[in-house]
Design a binder for this molecule. Structure first.
Ligand SMILES: [Zn+2]
Length: 99
């Protein structure tokens, strides 16, 4: 099965990451959810240190994107307004809505 890649990525309503895929499908992902499930080592360690009932409250700068960069042919790096930029989000998981 051919991997589909984003042909267009933009921000919708200031709250959603909208991805148009090469096979014609679309994904709408809530920015706040993407930030909360940031896959970088620092955020994962922080989550492990909290109890299961911990719900992070994000400030507006933490849930707004400053920039998006592609990483190779398989992922995007999301750069948040607060400067956090170590999260690499794979197309595969973005496509499956796993963030
Ligand atoms: Zn992170």
């Amino acid at each position: 099965m051919a991997e589909s890649t984003p042909v267009k990525i933009d921000i919708k309503d200031g709250r959603y990451l909208h991805i148009q895929w090469s096979d014609g499908n679309d994904s709408m992902l809530l920015l706040a959810n993407l930030r909360k499930s940031c896959p970088c080592a620092g955020c994962l360690a922080e989550k492990l240190n909290k109890s299961a009932s911990y719900i992070p409250l994000l400030s507006s700068v933490q849930s707004q994107l400053k920039n998006i960069k592609t990483v190779g042919t398989y992922a995007v790096q999301l750069i948040w307004q607060d400067g956090h930029d170590t999260g690499i989000y794979t197309y595969e998981k973005l496509r499956e809505g796993k963030y």
